[in-house]
Each structure stands twice: as structure tokens, then as C-alpha cells.
Design a protein around this ligand. Structure first.
Ligand code: KG4
Ligand code: ZN
Length: 353
């Protein structure tokens, strides 16, 4: 089966072609057109600008994604589009484009939840040559979903069957990275910028000895809170007695450490309670090196042995391959002819649980 994925929920325009054969998946193309340059001067995403860029980019990105394969739109068996959650104007552009494409070429269309797409990025093979057998992921799987808009712990009992374990009560972890980066004069997006800055940290030249809070670290539930951390950085920067340049690396290092500490602590607490067979990491923040290595280390210590999986780096941030992948697992269990283009509508607040 050939699945064409389309993703426009936020500021990336992406189209992918996924081939599935004998229960194996192969990403034939995954084109991502980033709008970072356009939004960077504003320190965050401007929704109107994002929608306009999607409209302009979609036909170009589609063309590129198909050209990278030996197939044409006629060969596609199913079109999958992100229909929520996300920025409504961005979602509308993607969904309308997908509907027109499906109608014109008489193809079935399926609407995919963006967060479910992030979860399914774990099923994608690292390179097009290395086909991955997805059956290695055992259920129940505990998923830590960390992105710019979401921070959730979800227990996945089977394909498409989710239960909420915990979520942020205020800012998402990616949002915390982005806001803190801005406060310490780093560019957008803040996650990679803070991570890069923190890598320069040298403990022997540690002058500020800053300790940021780990909000809700000891709360009895599995929820998160990150807005207090951002406020602490705000006051710290406001009251600095030394130039920000001198201590930017230390603050970046400590902020990253604080965010990762809380994410790991809650995930391990949930792992002990729910005893999942697998632990999966997903969402843009899953690109964070510290988070990946710390979580892998903690999971390796669990008894009984728990399978740990993180998405290949190219599938951590928004992309259409993950949307096509989620569609494959949905389509596997239903008849393609039952899917029709009329039933797909954008929903900015669509939650999987
Ligand atoms: O999943 P994603 O691409 O878009 C949403 O669905 O929100 O996630 C974007 C978020 C941004 O907040 C960005 O700063 C963060 O992921 N991010 C990172 C890293 N790369 C991207 N956060 C921490 N470390 C990174 N290396
Ligand atoms: Zn995302």
C-alpha cells in the first residue's frame, strides 16, 4: 500500500510517501519545508503568516515528495492529513488541500490526530534501507509526548486505544524551552538553541550557581507544570548583577536540566505504577539529547525489562511521514472504501484522550 501523508498543523509544511508491504514500512520520501526563518523575527509563530506559507508551499512540497519516488498521485492508495490539534488556519489549509487532491484523483482520505502521529513516529524505520518490523513494540506502551503545544503521559493499550496518565497544567515543555530561550536572548525555536548553548557548559567555570525549581516534582499525580520555571528565569534575568552573556550558558544548562528532571521523574513514577512493556518518547522535544540519553538510562534499569524506543531524529519534529504511519495502522483495521473525503474536518482542539 502507498500512503501519502500531509502535515500542516503548525509552521512546517510537510508531505511524505510511505510504502507498506508485508507489515513492513518504508519512507520513500518525507519533505519538510520549514518556516523558521519567516517566524524567527517575531520570536514565535504568527498564525496568519503560517497559513499563507502553507498555501504557497503545499503544491511545491507535494510535487517534490512524489518526484523523490517512482510513483505518481495515481499510484497512491490512501491520502492522510493532519486534521487536529493545531493552529486552525494552518489545519484548514492542509485539510482543504488534501480534500481537493482526494476528490480530484478519487482517493480515500483519512484525518489523523497530530499527537497520534508523533506517537507513531516510533514505528518509522531510521533509514529507507533499514525496514523496521513494527511488531517489536509491545503493549501496553507508556508514551511521553513532549512538543511545543503538548506535554502528556499516555498509556497506549493497543493501536488507537489510549488512556491519559498525566498532562501539563499550564505550559508545554517545548513552550518552556521556547519562552526561556527568549528570556536569555536565544533564537526561536528555543529547544535546539538551549540545548546547543547548554553543551558549552563547563562546571569548572560555574559562577552563578543557579538552581531553578523542578515544579510538581513531588506531586502525587503524573501532571506537569512549567510556567513557574519560566517565571523563575524571568526574575533571575531581571535581577542579574552580571551581564547576561556571562551566565547565559549556565542558565541554559540548568533550565534544560530542570525540564528533563521533571519529565524523567514523572515518566519513571508512571512506569513503576503501570508496569508498561514499552516506553516511547515522542514530539519535537524528543530531539533533546539529554532527555533521550537520561530516559534510555533510566528505562534500562527497570525490572522487569522494559523496551525503550525513541523516534529517529528526522521524525522527532513535525513531519508527514509520522502522519502516514498513523494512517497505516488505522487503515489496516478498516475498509479503505469506507473512508471518504467529506468526513474529514479540521479540529484545533482534538485530543486523543
Ligand atoms: O512537535 P513539534 O515539532 O511541534 C509541535 O507539535 O509543537 O515540537 C516543537 C517543539 C518546540 O517547542 C521546540 O523548541 C522543541 O520542540 N524542540 C526541542 C528540540 N528540538 C525541538 N526542545 C528541546 N530540545 C531540542 N533539541
Ligand atoms: Zn508536533
Amino acid at each position: 500500500m502507498l500512503i501519502l501523508g500531509i502535515e500542516t498543523s503548525c509552521d512546517d509544511t510537510s508531505v511524505a510517501v510511505l510504502k507498506t508491504e508485508d507489515e513492513r514500512l518504508e519512507v520513500l520520501s518525507n519533505i519538510v519545508s520549514s518556516q523558521i526563518k519567516q517566524h524567527a523575527p517575531y520570536g514565535g509563530i504568527v498564525p496568519l503568516l503560517a497559513a499563507r506559507e502553507h498555501e504557497k508551499n503545499l503544491p511545491v512540497v507535494l510535487d517534490e515528495a512524489l518526484r523523490a519516488t517512482r510513483y505518481t498521485i495515481r499510484d497512491i492508495d490512501l491520502i492522510a492529513v493532519t486534521s487536529g490539534p493545531g493552529l486552525i488556519m494552518s489545519l484548514v489549509r492542509g485539510v482543504n488541500f488534501a480534500k481537493e487532491l482526494a476528490e480530484k484523483n478519487n482517493k480515500p482520505l483519512i484525518g489523523i490526530n497530530h499527537m497520534e502521529g508523533h506517537i507513531y513516529s516510533n514505528w518509522l524505520p531510521e533509514s529507507s534501507k533499514a525496514l523496521q518490523l513494527y511488531s517489536s513494540i509491545a503493549f501496553p506502551a507508556l508514551c511521553l509526548i513532549v512538543s511545543g503545544g503538548h506535554t502528556e503521559l499516555v498509556l497506549m493499550h493497543d493501536h488507537g486505544k489510549y488512556a491519559l496518565v498525566g498532562r501539563t497544567v499550564d505550559d508545554a515543555s517545548g513552550e518552556a524551552f521556547d519562552k526561556i530561550a527568549r528570556l536569555i536572548g536565544l533564537e526561536y525555536p528555543g529547544g535546539p538553541a538551549i540545548s546547543h548553548e547548554a553543551e558549552k557548559f563547563d562546571a569548572t567555570r560555574y559562577t552563578l550557581h543557579v538552581t531553578l525549581p523542578r515544579p510538581m516534582l513531588h506531586s502525587k499525580d503524573f501532571n506537569f507544570s512549567f510556567s513557574g520555571l519560566k517565571t523563575s528565569v524571568l526574575y533571575l534575568v531581571r535581577d542579574l548583577k552580571v551581564p547576561l552573556e556571562n551566565v547565559r550558558t549556565e542558565i541554559a544548562h540548568e533550565a534544560q536540566k530542570a525540564i528533563v528532571d521533571v519529565l524523567i521523574s514523572k515518566t519513571m513514577k508512571a512506569a513503576k505504577k503501570f508496569q508498561p512493556k514499552s516506553i516511547l518518547l515522542a514530539g519535537g522535544v524528543s530531539a533533546n539529547k539529554r532527555l533521550r540519553s537520561r530516559l534510555a538510562e533510566e528505562v534500562s534499569r527497570l525490572t522487569p525489562k522494559t523496551y525503550y524506543l525513541e523516534p529517529a531524529l528526522q521524525y522527532t519534529t513535525d513531519n508527514a511521514a509520522m502522519i502516514a504511519c498513523a494512517a497505516y495502522f488505522k487503515a489496516k483495521n478498516s475498509k479503505l472504501q469506507d473512508l471518504s473525503f467529506e468526513s474529514v474536518e479540521p479540529d484545533a482542539n482534538w485530543e486523543i484522550v
